[in-house]
Write a protein of this length. Structure first.
Lengths: 167, 249
């Protein structure tokens, strides 16, 4: 359960952010952890970190729950159990690096213009489509697309500049 | 605007999951064949993957760890070959019985179920949660179903984990309202013909949660339902319309 102890707080927080319901959030976190432990097949570390895989699974399942969708067909990385465990144990600076990364992400998101931040958050945490966001915010679809693109461009540049992502 | 420019402008929305299925497929095909858009998608994906870090961590309920352990144990049992020639006579589905008999059966059932659960947990500890064995998985021996709350139990939820090879079922309840004094929740297994058989009684914890062991196979039943009945033994038949129920299959 090292994996759980390390990431359950973040996983549960993301589920709660999307769903706002403790019971449903527990369900999706449970499903995500079980997927790692029971359906692990192949893992290519080049394609993403364990944390990214887990949190993406939690977010996707939460959105599906929220939107009443069935099992989605998103492509998620599969992990080999042995690699799950080794990747946990080989990172003694996890807490420090995670804390620094979190601070940087908050700064980066906070630095976005409000309308760009809103577009990204409605899509990522709300599960809304670009068309729905355009309707909700009363702006043309092209404007929503532009806001999303600019937001991710800025986030990428900001995080890349701090060495937190490599592209 | 060219097709490429149009699609390139939509890569961010695609990465954020903000496209409908048809649009997403169009972009996926385009990105696969366009080096420029592929590079943009990788860059945007890494930025989007960082978004969860914006969220303040929340300590999950302590019971979630226990829930996952139990579910992982159940799932793990599905990847281990089932024991041959397991005796099942004592686990045959029960029909309606007088309350006193039901209680005797229930006590036996809980004892047996506790033994099975203990064995599973021992297996978990000894074998390790992550299972490094190279045993190829047999046919699934675990099925999961969902109970959905309605009316006064709208916030309630149940996850049914049917451990077929052990003839035992775990039901993980959450969101149940507190009971009136002297009342218990009673779990019913219902045949396709609508006949309810009592399967267990329980009282949820202060958070409205409980993992209940049902020591009988679900074969022959089409639904599971929960009602509030008089405690401590429950009723021989439901006295109210169930407001938490789900199909078993």
């Amino acid at each position: 359960m090292e994996l759980y102890d390390r990431y359950a707080g973040l996983a549960y927080a993301v589920a709660m952010r999307v769903l706002g319901d403790p019971g449903r959030s527990e369900d999706v976190v449970q499903e995500a952890f079980l997927k790692i432990w029971t359906n692990a097949a192949s893992f290519d570390p080049k394609k993403g970190s364990l944390r990214t895989w887990l949190i993406t699974a939690v977010r996707n399942r939460s959105i599906d729950y929220l939107r009443g969708r069935g099992a989605h067909e998103r492509q998620e990385l599969e992990l080999q159990p042995e690699l799950v465990e080794s990747s946990i144990r080989s990172d003694p600076w996890h807490e420090v690096s995670l804390s620094l990364e979190r601070m940087a992400v908050r700064e980066a998101v906070g630095s976005l213009p409000a309308e760009q931040r809103q577009a990204v958050q409605l899509a990522y945490f709300g599960g809304y489509s670009q068309v729905e966001i355009a309707d909700m915010t009363h702006v043309p679809l092209g404007t929503v697309k532009g806001r999303m693109r600019l937001a991710l461009e800025k986030l990428s540049s900001y995080l890349q500049g701090r060495g937190l992502i490599n592209v | 605007m060219s097709d490429h420019e149009e699609l390139e402008g939509t890569v961010a929305a695609w990465v954020l999951g903000a496209l409908d299925a048809n649009e997403a497929e169009s972009i996926r095909v385009h990105v696969e064949g366009c080096a420029t858009c592929r590079q943009t998608a990788v860059r945007f994906r890494r930025a989007a993957d960082s978004l969860p870090l914006e969220v303040e961590e929340v300590v999950p309920p302590a019971r979630l760890r226990e829930r996952i352990l139990i579910a992982a144990t159940a799932a793990r049992s599905s990847t281990v070959p089932s024991a041959p020639a397991r005796k099942r006579a004592a686990l045959a589905p029960r029909r309606w019985k007088p309350v006193a008999t039901v209680q005797l059966g229930r006590l036996t059932a809980f004892a047996a179920a506790a033994t099975v659960l203990l064995a599973l947990l021992i297996g978990l500890v000894v074998g390790g949660l992550l299972g490094r064995g190279s045993v190829s998985p047999p046919a699934p021996q675990v099925a999961r179903f969902t109970l959905v709350g309605h009316g006064a139990l709208a916030a309630a939820h149940g996850t049914v984990i049917d451990l077929k090879s052990d003839g035992v079922t775990l039901v993980d309840f959450s969101g149940l309202p507190a009971l009136n004094k002297g009342k218990v929740y009673e779990v019913w297994l219902i045949t396709p013909g609508g006949h309810p058989d009592s399967a267990a009684v329980f009282v949820p914890d202060s958070n409205g949660s409980k993992v209940v062991l049902v020591n009988m196979p679900l074969k022959g039943y089409s639904q599971m339902a929960v009602t509030a009945e008089d405690g401590p033994d429950g009723s021989a038949a439901p006295t109210q319309q169930p407001q938490l129920y789900g199909a078993l299959g």
